[in-house]
Design a protein around this ligand. Structure first.
Ligand code: ZN
Length: 306
């Protein structure tokens, strides 16, 4: 999906999206901004039905082989959120991997066949050190912009106003306790609404920085998800399935939109997925815009290190 107007040696940044819908959300953002002509970005997705650590690592290896001057990998897609008293994570929010404590931003875990035993496989490479200053700059801008809408929200609103995605009904963002399982069916219409936690209404998606847990299977059971989270001091913000595979290959930045709560419940239709993918792509755009073009080019070549 790379532009063929440039030679492969001119590309320094690759955005890897596990799913096509996520890649399309990123491309839609790139298409909006002529500034990106300065940045040379490869966008790629994984083969259909081939999500997971090894597929992500293979995609990165193949892309690096085709584009020998790549210096930076962004992993952009959706994930299951882990709300807590400390982190008010909602559907559509964005989680960004960021070093915290002894962790570099991503931890790997694996569940055994019976799904009861899980193994903490240690933490992985960190977010590239050279990018941390730009992440901080975006974070500080958001904290200061009380009166001005952050750029990622403007980019998201733009996609909604063009009718490219719909803003999902916030009433369908229901967080059930870990002990209350999904009652069956394609959505939560048969689940007991009174079980859902009461949360203050919130209009716009927020960005959360911290630890992402990357596992070998989809986290669809909140009680199961509690285990890796507790093992890491309760600071896991989201669960996904690709970051550890990539991080073990090369340091990368992981940006994930929350499309469910890593439990058995099912937010209705594809609306939250599309919304989360677009919010994530909008944040990725804001971040990339913050990084000077020459910065990516000056970072060490991935091909030389792997
Ligand atoms: Zn449900």
């Amino acid at each position: 999906m790379a532009s063929l107007l440039k030679s492969p040696e001119e590309f320094s940044l690759v955005v890897i999206c596990p799913l096509e819908v996520e890649a399309l959300a990123v491309i839609a953002q790139l298409d909006q901004d002529k500034e990106f002509g300065e940045h040379s970005i490869v966008v790629t997705s994984l083969p259909p039905g081939r999500q997971g650590h090894s597929s992500a690592a293979v995609a990165a290896q193949q892309t690096v082989a085709k584009f020998p001057r790549l210096t930076c990998v962004l992993l952009v897609g959706i994930a299951g959120g882990v709300p807590s008293d400390k982190n008010d994570i909602r559907l559509g929010d964005v989680v960004v991997s960021f070093p915290c404590g002894k962790y570099g931003g991503v931890v790997q875990y694996d569940f055994g066949k019976d799904e009861q035993q899980f193994e903490h496989n240690g933490h992985t490479n960190s977010v590239p050190q050279q990018l941390l200053v730009y992440l901080r700059a975006v974070q500080i801008n958001h904290r200061r912009s009380h009166h001005n809408k952050p750029k990622y929200l403007k980019y998201l609103d733009d996609q909604i106003s063009k009718g490219l995605i719909r803003k999902p009904d916030v009433d369908t963002d229901r967080l059930f306790p870990a002990s209350y399982a999904h009652q069956g069916g394609p959505d939560c219409t048969t689940c007991d609404e009174t079980q859902a936690q009461r949360r203050e209404a919130r209009e716009d998606p927020r960005i959360h920085y911290g630890l992402i847990a990357s596992g070998n299977r989809v986290m669809k059971n909140a009680e199961m998800g509690d285990k890796p989270n507790k093992a890491h001091g309760g600071i896991v913000l989201a669960y996904e399935m690709e970051a550890a595979g990539l991080m073990n290959f090369t340091p990368c930045l992981v940006i994930r939109g929350i499309s469910d709560y890593a439990d058995s419940h099912k937010p209705p239709g594809d609306e939250w997925h599309a919304h989360a993918a677009t919010a994530t792509a909008a944040y990725a755009r804001e971040f990339i815009e913050k990084v000077p073009v020459e910065k990516f080019a000056s970072m060490p070549n991935i091909a030389d290190q792997s």
